[in-house]
Design a protein around this ligand. Structure first.
Ligand SMILES: NC(=O)c1ccc[n+]([C@@H]2O[C@H](COP(=O)([O-])OP(=O)(O)OC[C@H]3O[C@@H](n4cnc5c(N)ncnc54)[C@H](OP(=O)(O)O)[C@@H]3O)[C@@H](O)[C@H]2O)c1
Length: 500
């Protein structure tokens, strides 16, 4: 078993404050504070650091620390040492209650930071863990309170925001433009947490640090690419949020398209963030805007899963009556360049499905002049399967001789499972991404032109679906999705396989 040991060597000398706006929320408590603690346990936070939680909820410092502590884990440092580290970490966490659009609240935040920071040149990360409609109010309030600085003498300021970035090209552009009044593009870190996942970070390594893949990574050898994201869950009380966006905006335009870009892009000049993102933008720009004829939209109806009965989307609490928001979409993207011309990129995302899984499948073409054609009849062609979650791994499906007398061939797999191949703690995506923010590495963050290119692919179809009031098909909760999605894949000679 190989040890997971890639703790980077970083400069910890410069003081840092991480201000988490929306500190009472789900994202902050479940992801951001645990990730910061994980970095602290690995000596990856600066020697002098402070974490300030900011939100409207009234809480004392002690209440806040208790809420944060409940979510911290000792994954990196088990045992008594962990209690000590938690105590020290929490001593560096303070909370401030305020309003997101109040100049007065942010002046108090400024005073609080001045009070706790001994060094006037401390760096600042402002993590906006709030609903996006509050981003601008907060950005202007931070600016008004003179908390945003680009100059190195006072220390840098960086802002982290999470999707959804608008709901179409125009609203996304408007958000980008308004945010630029306060934070420059260089100071802006747009998170797509899928890019922080180990297996996704490994995609470029797999493609460009191995000789064997590049010569076959093209239309001559690849028949189709399928990227699938499924969740075996209902909306769990978030129907109010989800219904405004739907699965296309919530998952496809960001997570799935990022995976498409990493599969389709050319090798960057180097790993510098500019070059990596240049190549991703080029790949996205080569994708034709999606046509509604090449997609299937659907909504889950009632059904059962794991012995439990689930109501349909329309009956979920918070779903507006008669909603036509899709909970499932399958689509075919066409990448119009020399490498991919004619290779369908099939993508699908669905909630209320039979299982929770994210994977990329690269299906190779059949063997020309195959001398084993008779024995291999009915066996699928080679397939590279990259499983992102739940059981991270890479497998390559090959045709193999079954040991024994006579000739019998079967499909088998060369299988790398991260859980058995690597020993140690697999970092959470947020640990990796927050560390990059602190270090100023933007390779895994979405640049403004990348966002534009991603919206250009989906905006016409989204507008057409809405203008024509397209009513989604229905599929049973816990199923494989609608039959129409199977038929769509079939049009391109593909099937949605879900086995490992
Ligand atoms: N949760 C996740 O795993 C996740 C994943 C991907 C992206 N995101 C994105 O990350 C951001 C935060 O997500 P979240 O799930 O933490 O959100 P959340 O729990 O709904 O909201 C975070 C905090 O914002 C304040 N807030 C919520 N609704 C508000 C409203 N209508 N008006 C004023 N304040 C309001 C609340 O704090 P106070 O009432 O105390 O002020 C709340 O605790 C969002 O942009 C979301 O889309 C979240």
């Amino acid at each position: 078993m190989m040890k997971l040991n890639s703790t980077p060597d970083i400069d910890r000398s410069h003081p840092l404050a991480v201000v988490v706006i929306g500190a009472s929320g789900d994202l902050a408590l479940k992801k951001i504070f645990p990730a910061l603690f994980a970095l602290y346990c690995q000596n990856l936070l600066p020697e002098q650091f402070h974490i300030v939680g900011f939100a409207r909820s009234g809480m004392s410092n002690d209440d806040f620390r208790q809420r944060v502590e409940e979510k911290l884990t000792c994954r990196y440092v088990p045992g008594e040492k962990c209690d000590e580290l938690m105590k020290d970490f929490l001593a560096n966490c303070t909370y401030m209650s305020g309003n997101y659009d109040s100049a007065e609240s942010f002046r108090k935040l400024h005073a609080e930071l001045e009070h706790i920071e001994t060094d006037a040149s401390a760096n600042h990360v402002f993590y906006m863990a709030i609903p996006p409609f509050l981003f601008l109010d907060v950005a202007h309030a931070l600016h008004g309170a003179e908390l945003v600085s680009e100059c190195s003498v006072r220390g840098w300021s960086r802002v982290v925001i999470e999707k959804p970035f608008g709901s179409d090209r125009a609203s996304s552009d408007a958000l980008t433009k308004s945010m630029l009044q306060v934070f420059s593009e260089d100071q802006t870190y747009r998170i797509d947490h899928y890019l922080g996942k180990e297996v996704i970070q490994n995609l470029l390594v797999l493609r460009f640090a191995n000789l064997i893949f590049d010569p076959i990574w093209n239309r001559n050898h690849i028949q189709n690419v399928r990227i699938s994201w499924t969740e075996n869950l209902s909306l769990q009380g978030r129907a109010g949020y989800f219904d405004q966006y739907g699965i296309i905006r919530d998952v496809m335009q960001n997570h799935l398209l990022q995976m498409v870009a990493l599969v389709a892009m050319e090798q960057p000049v180097s790993l510098h963030s500019t070059y990596v993102r240049d190549e991703k933008v080029k790949a996205l720009r080569a994708i034709a805007p999606l046509s509604i004829d090449d997609m299937v939209v659907a909504q889950y109806g009632s059904g059962s899963s794991g012995g439990r009965q689930y109501t349909g989307y329309l009956e979920e609490e918070g779903t507006p009556e008669g909603s036509i928001t899709p909970t499932f979409t399958a689509a075919v993207l066409k990448v119009n360049n020399r490498r991919w011309d004619g290779v369908p990129f099939l993508i699908r995302a669905g909630k209320g499905m039979s299982d929770s899984k994210t994977e990329i499948r690269i299906r190779f073409r059949g063997v020309p002049g195959n001398i084993f054609a008779e024995a291999a009849k009915g066996l699928p062609q080679n397939e590279l399967v990259i499983t992102v979650q739940p059981d991270a791994g890479i497998s390559f499906r090959i045709v193999n001789r079954v040991p024994g007398l006579g000739i019998r061939l079967d499909e088998t797999e060369l299988d790398l499972r991260y859980s058995s191949a690597f020993e140690g703690v697999m970092p959470d995506a947020y640990e990796s991404l927050i560390l990059d923010v602190i270090q100023g590495d933007k390779s895994l963050f979405i640049r403004a032109d990348e966002l534009e290119a991603a919206w250009d692919i989906f905006t016409p179809a989204l507008h057409e679906l809405e203008a024509k009031h397209v009513v989604p098909e229905t599929y049973a909760f816990g199923s494989q999705g609608p039959d129409a999605a199977t038929a769509l894949a079939g049009r391109f000679g593909a099937i949605w396989r879900t086995d490992t």
